[in-house]
Design a protein. Structure first.
Length: 208
């Protein structure tokens, strides 16, 4: 269950100034990950406009209960900030944006604006930093180097470090067939080597 406070519909001015706008989704975004979105709800169109104007991020959090469109019943306290790196008008007239996952954060307190946009006081979690991929996992980096270009434009044009344990573990957690709760559990880990140790057996089973 989420520990976020949803009792207030609007925030005090000081709190709102420091608040992170939240975009609850049926996905788990990892640092360095690519996220394409179609924006059509007014609350999110306004949010995207502000983020683009201020060059500021928004927070992507997993929906635990509810739907992406309409009221959100419960969301995860753990998420990843997203920065908009591209936008375009789509053929259906909607706004399309492409985002990159930035930093992991935890919600301290959550509330809603009158338009339904979720806002949060939050804290950033420590960055995992750069860790050389150990020899026992180097085959996972080479596997990613081979298969990412086959997964569509988002990954074909992605630049990354195939020898970095954090980057490799995050990309594997995104593309392997996992439940959303399992992905969230992997996001919560602060040690990429632990994440790789959990993912490596799954890669072996798929390969076999």
């Amino acid at each position: 269950m989420s520990h976020a406070d949803t009792s207030g519909l609007t925030s005090a001015g000081a709190a709102e100034a420091d608040a992170l706008p939240l975009f609850p989704l049926n996905t788990v975004l990892f640092p360095g990950g690519a996220l394409p979105l179609r924006i059509f709800e007014t609350r999110y169109v306004d949010m995207v406009r502000r983020c683009m104007r201020d060059a500021s991020p928004f927070g992507v959090v997993l929906i635990r209960s509810g739907a992406e469109v309409g009221p959100i019943v419960d969301i995860a306290d753990l998420g990843t900030t997203a920065r908009i790196v591209d936008f375009n008008a789509m053929p259906d007239g909607l706004l399309g944006i492409t985002c990159t996952g930035d930093r992991k954060f935890r919600v301290i307190k959550r509330w809603q604006q009158s338009d339904g946009l979720n806002l949060a006081n939050f804290e950033y979690l420590p960055c995992e930093g750069s860790n050389e991929l150990p020899g026992e996992y180097r085959h996972l980096g080479e596997l990613l180097r081979k298969i990412l270009p086959e997964l569509g434009d988002l990954y074909a044009n992605m630049t990354g470090d195939f020898s970095d344990a954090s980057w490799v573990s995050c990309r594997l957690a995104e593309i392997l067939p996992l439940s959303l709760s399992d992905r969230l559990g992997l996001l919560a880990l602060d040690d990429p080597l632990v994440r790789l140790a959990k993912l490596s057996p799954l890669v072996r089973r798929i390969a076999d």
